[in-house]
Design a protein around this ligand. Structure first.
Ligand SMILES: CCCCCCCC/C=C\CCCCCCCC(=O)SCCNC(=O)CCNC(=O)[C@H](O)C(C)(C)COP(=O)(O)OP(=O)(O)OC[C@H]1O[C@@H](n2cnc3c(N)ncnc32)[C@H](O)[C@@H]1OP(=O)(O)O
Length: 184
């Protein structure tokens, strides 16, 4: 991954351990919001990412590129692939039971991805310091050990729940996420 200094953890960043209430190894992760473009079942043209955590600290997911995700004819749009990276990274950082938002997302595109391809995604955290979490993801074609088509590195920033209340619709998320811990 060609990563900038902004998404590279500083030496004092600590490697995250699984949160005590993290989902058990092998658990599926449901959608955090039914209308989310990345994971929501009720989004008509969304990515419908299906995710699980193998170990409580990383996320594995699948996304099949559909007609609605084209840029060039029958090839995935780069912005849609970046959205898939953002989503799987977002899912992985929420395993730490704190609300985070994307501040910076860097993406490398290595291979074109035709419509109909299933991308096998993986996201993990390289370190956390203060409010900053440094994360990475990759998307492989056709199988978990297939060729890498996309890589991403990201800086996510921890926010308070008031971020969602002030700028969005906290009630809509909370209604579907009643077990989310506000003070983990
Ligand atoms: C009931 C509710 C439950 C909610 C959770 C449910 C569970 C969900 C489960 C699963 C979800 C998975 C799916 C998620 C989807 C993917 C996530 C998205 O796409 S999020 C949308 C896109 N992102 C935004 O809309 C952010 C917009 N930006 C902001 O709001 C602000 O800029 C924010 C919060 C990022 C920072 O603002 P400041 O005022 O709080 O803080 P400042 O001081 O500016 O930054 C803090 C530090 O970070 C650095 N920083 C900020 N932005 C940076 C950047 N772009 N690049 C480098 N550094 C940056 C700054 O330089 C500063 O560093 P120094 O402390 O001084 O060292």
């Amino acid at each position: 991954m060609t990563r900038s200094s902004l998404t590279t953890p500083p030496p004092d960043a600590s490697a995250p351990a699984a949160h005590p209430a993290a989902p058990a190894a092998g658990s599926s992760l449901g959608a955090h919001y039914s209308r989310c473009f990345g994971c929501g079942d009720d989004h008509p043209t969304g990515l419908h990412l299906k995710a699980a955590t193998p170990d409580g600290v990383t996320v594995e997911a699948e996304f099949t590129v559909g007609e609605a995700h084209q840029g060039a004819p029958m090839l995935a749009h780069g912005g849609v692939l970046a959205a898939a990276m953002d989503e799987v990274i977002g899912m992985s950082v929420y395993l730490f039971h704190k609300p985070y938002v994307t501040a910076r997302l860097e993406t490398d595109y290595l291979l074109p991805v035709p419509v109909g391809t299933t991308l096998h995604l993986r996201a993990w955290c390289n370190g956390i310091t203060g409010r900053k979490a440094y994360l990475e993801a990759e998307g492989r074609v056709g199988a978990p050990d297939g060729p890498v088509a996309v890589r991403a590195a990201a800086l996510f920033i921890e926010v308070g729940m008031e971020h969602f209340a002030k700028h969005g619709d906290l009630a809509a998320i909370a209604a579907e996420h009643q077990d989310f811990e506000v003070n983990p």
